[in-house]
Design a protein around this ligand. Structure first.
Ligand SMILES: Nc1nc2c(c(=O)[nH]1)N=C([C@H](O)[C@H](O)COP(=O)(O)OP(=O)(O)OP(=O)(O)O)CN2
Ligand SMILES: [Zn+2]
Length: 150
């Protein structure tokens, strides 16, 4: 087995409603998402992706379709954050994503992992698996979710 990693970046707004410091204010981040897949390179003769665990272009396409296009330039708001949800609802056509959990980087990384695991696992046969998602909220702060070892 070996791993490949694809990095994607997106911008999103959020706030941590009960935070005691600056993070209770509306603000945004350029999030950096690192997706690590584990598998064996494809050996099918003549296949365009022969020698690849998965074509990086396809890694990107699946990440965009299943996660990044939904969150990019959106405001990620906790379902229980009523004042902000009410405010956002007054803005016509605003891109708002309502989450069941507070949008800490830990919770966002877990949501990202669960969605991406469903998208990637077994995509190219039995061996391909999402191994790890790492999400940077700032260059200095990140969370990581790993697939449990079977
Ligand atoms: N465990 C967590 N702690 C914090 C989170 C979080 O999601 N999980 N989020 C925040 C803020 O939203 C913010 O993203 C972090 O701000 P800050 O601590 O200021 O991070 P910086 O990298 O900008 O800090 P420097 O001191 O400039 O390195 C807060 N905590
Ligand atoms: Zn923040």
């Amino acid at each position: 087995m070996l791993t490949i990693t694809r990095k994607l970046e997106f911008d999103a707004g959020h706030r941590i409603p009960d935070h005691r410091s600056l993070c209770c204010n509306l603000h945004g981040h350029r999030y950096v998402l690192e997706i690590t897949l584990e598998g064996e390179p494809i050996i099918t003769e003549g296949a365009p992706d022969r020698g690849m665990v998965m074509d990086f272009a396809q890694v990107k396409a699946l990440a965009l379709a299943h996660l990044v296009e939904h969150w990019d330039h959106a405001f990620l708001v906790y379902a229980g954050d009523t004042p902000i949800r009410d405010f956002l609802a007054t803005l016509p056509n605003h891109k708002t994503v309502v989450l069941e959990h507070i949008p800490t980087v830990e919770n966002l990384a877990r949501i990202a992992f669960d969605r991406l695991a469903a998208a990637y696992n077994h995509h190219y046969g039995a061996t391909l698996k999402l191994k790890r998602v790492r999400l940077y909220e700032t260059p200095n702060c990140w969370a990581e979710v790993e697939r449990p070892v079977n």
